[in-house]
Write a protein that binds this ligand. Structure first.
Ligand SMILES: N[C@@H](CCC(=O)N[C@@H](CS)C(=O)NCC(=O)O)C(=O)O
Length: 329
């Protein structure tokens, strides 16, 4: 765990002292957009035209943010258009590495690098900042297009549609406002909420953060009691973004991040929603529990110094959910 400072790797843990024990996530710095015609997107520069085989996605199978991008790549049928490298699940003194001594850790398929930070240095030799996954790499311009998953999934949703992507829209125009509103509170309270609870270093900070997590889960349970997905009958990016946290919740966040007031399996609707999406075609192939559980329990030495991986819950994600029948779809 660490970061780059003026192009030099420094092995330091998150600073929570300056924020009264609260964990603060820093903003990603690469914000260009791949677009169908290469015109600039909402941020960054233009020149990143959608082309088959041009872009490469670097992910961790453990990371919920990287998982969003893998889900969208799968649902949009982009596997033959965008290739992927998978980092090793352990993130220790060198940050994410390309070691291959773990099943499904592929190494760096483009450059054969040892560490992910070396990729950031290829983009900006004196880069200062965190070295995070996912990363969308442009093999033509030899740079990082984006390291912000919420934007990468929007690109995947539409930019490659003329190149044979599966025709489906997970950010449909009529639902955009509602999706944005959902994302706006689900991200701080749930996706990042569990990290803020888990990385808190003062009791008050933890109490505040963990309460936010469960208040938000109660609200979500209520929404999902009357509709199959968050905005109704259609699966959208808001569902996918929530889901990558839910699938990690009982196996990791309950014990490792001390989010133990309730499990997802204690919420009938959230648990049904979790199983519903898990059972959609192709989705379970993006889930790798050995990466997920090894990453968290063995990488975060400040909160789990022994590196012992808990036994984990008894959970059958293939059990019937009946949400399709219940909501008439
Ligand atoms: N805003 C980023 C956040 C990604 C992120 O924080 N990824 C974590 C892994 S789950 C990471 O790489 N952390 C390394 C670090 O913070 O040094 C996104 O959504 O793409």
């Amino acid at each position: 765990m660490g970061q780059l400072v003026n192009g030099i790797w420094q092995d330091v843990w998150y600073d929570t002292k300056s924020s009264n024990g609260h964990f603060k996530r820093t903003a990603p710095q690469f914000r260009h957009w791949v677009t169908a015609d290469g015109q600039p997107g909402p941020t960054g520069e233009g020149g990143f035209k959608a082309e088959a085989g041009r872009y490469h996605l670097y992910v961790s199978l453990a990371c919920p943010w990287a998982h969003r991008t893998l889900l969208m790549r799968k649902l949009k049928g982009l596997e033959h258009i965008i290739s992927v490298s998978v980092v090793h699940p352990l993130m220790l003194e060198h940050g994410w590495t390309f070691a291959t001594d773990f099943e499904a850790a592929t190494g760096d398929k483009i450059f054969g690098l040892d560490y992910l930070y070396q990729l950031y240095l290829k983009a900006i030799p004196d880069y200062t900042g965190r070295v995070t996954v996912p990363v969308l790499w442009d093999t033509q311009k030899n740079t990082i297009v984006s390291n912000e998953s919420s934007e990468i999934i929007r690109m995947f949703n539409s930019a490659f549609d003329n190149l044979g992507a599966t025709p489906a829209d997970y950010y449909p125009e009529p639902l955009r406002e509602e999706i944005d509103r959902l994302n706006d509170w689900i991200y701080p309270n749930v996706n990042n909420g569990v990290y803020k609870a888990g990385f808190a270093t003062q009791q008050n900070a933890y109490r505040e953060e963990v309460a936010n997590v469960f208040n938000a889960l109660d609200k979500l349970e209520d929404i999902l009691s009357s509709r199959r997905y968050l905005t109704g009958s259609q699966l959208t990016e808001a569902d996918l973004r929530l889901w990558t946290t839910l699938v990690r919740f009982d196996p990791v966040y309950v014990t490792h991040f001390k989010c133990d007031y309730q499990r997802i399996s204690d919420y009938p609707n959230l648990y049904g929603f979790l199983r519903d999406i898990y059972q959609l075609p192709g989705i379970h192939e993006t889930v790798n529990f050995p990466h997920i559980r090894n990453h968290y329990y063995r990488s975060h030495k400040t909160i789990n110094p022994t590196g012992i991986i808990s036994i984990g819950p008894k959970q059958d994600l293939n059990a019937p959910h009946h949400r399709d029948r219940r909501f008439g779809e």
